[in-house]
Design a protein. Structure first.
Length: 353
């Protein structure tokens, strides 16, 4: 079947010479704008200049500014902008850097402030003492609290923050591993377990998501009673027992933690204070320490409930060791969330064969 041209009614040819001249010479579509090397360089120079200007406004030392990458610069700028929105400079109380450093050194952990949508707003500088990462290095992980936490607890943390946001002023606690420096992980064998305890507070009235912040104290869980980075004499009290776990001495600070006076405990059995459900675990720890069996220091560590003088139950993390003819225990009170985290990850002390 032959196809004919609609203009000249001749068979179509490959070269289509019958098309009108204006069709042959139809102008091509306008070429889109194409970037040149000089234009790209000009844009890069402009971006670099803007980043340098932002970096110069950050309230950090010149030496720290020199070490900032573009990513770190933008992370710090975003953090400062979120902080300025929640804490306008005109409403912030005047505090000197020396006073701030002194107060931070007295805290058992570091301070954390989150926006209503879980964005990082403030991290106190002493975070480096807990995680081995500076504020700048921590921000490189991301800009939300979930970016610096162990991902396995993300859903639980989200629920706790949602509960706290729905009931401003209600204190919530969650426990999770936080990201640490490589040097810290090599030294301690993993990330740092931290208990985050805080509440949502309306900073301005009327309250709204843009004027509400989650204020929290992040306290590391003590790994051992000699962990000088996190422990203090105020956190821990000690008890001494005969080999059958009868009290022979206890530090006076037990009154603050459990309500008992020293004289009330001396001569009593350790087992008389234990929760019935924890007696088996305590007995396994007792045997491991008294007989010297079990796998290393973990055999002498247990998380137990003991009866306070006011008849309430208190969670304790107990480190036990044998000193000749007696057993010495170092005890630290725990929040319920801390106890649940530790018990879920701690194997029982091995019983003798």
């Amino acid at each position: 079947m032959t196809i004919f041209c609609s203009h000249c009614h001749r068979p179509l040819q490959a070269e289509m010479s019958c098309l009108p001249a204006r069709a042959k010479q139809a102008p091509s579509a306008p070429r889109p704008f194409r970037s040149t090397k000089s234009a790209s360089k000009a844009r890069r120079d402009q971006i670099n200049a803007e980043l340098q200007a932002l970096r110069s406004l950050l309230p950090i030392s010149a030496q720290e500014k020199e070490r900032l990458s573009y990513l770190h610069t933008m992370a710090l700028v975003c953090l400062r902008l979120r902080g300025a929105q929640l804490f306008p400079p005109g409403l912030a109380p005047p505090t000197g850097p020396a006073l701030g450093t002194e107060l931070l050194s007295l805290l058992p952990g570091f301070l954390l402030v989150l926006s209503a949508d879980s964005k990082l707003v403030y991290i106190s500088e002493n975070v480096a003492q807990v995680l081995g990462l500076s504020v700048v290095e921590l921000l490189a992980q991301g800009d939300t609290v979930f970016d610096i936490l162990d991902g396995r607890v993300g859903e639980d943390v989200h629920k706790k923050l949602l509960l706290a946001r729905e009931e401003p002023g209600r204190e919530v606690t969650f426990v999770s591993e936080m990201r640490t420096s490589k040097a810290f992980r090599l030294q301690h064998g993993g990330n740092r377990v931290v208990a985050v305890c805080g509440r949502f507070v309306a900073l301005h009235w009327p309250p709204s998501p843009s004027t509400t912040a989650f204020l929290a104290l992040c306290t590391p869980l003590v790994q051992s009673p000699t962990d000088g980075e996190a422990a203090s004499q105020d956190d821990i009290f000690q008890t001494m027992h005969l080999l059958d776990m009868t009290f022979i001495d206890v530090t006076e600070s037990v009154t603050y933690h459990l309500g008992y006076h020293r004289e009330e405990l001396v001569g009593q059995s350790w087992y008389s204070l234990l929760h019935p459900e924890d007696a088996e675990l305590a007995a396994a720890q007792h045997r491991a320490v008294a007989l010297g069996v079990g796998a290393g220091p973990a055999a002498g560590t247990a998380v137990l409930r003991v009866l306070r003088r006011d008849r309430a139950w208190s969670w304790l993390r107990v480190w036990a060791r044998r000193d000749g003819g007696c057993i010495t225990c170092s005890c630290r009170c725990l929040r319920e969330e801390e106890a649940a985290h530790l018990r879920s990850r701690q194997p029982r002390a091995a019983a003798p064969p």
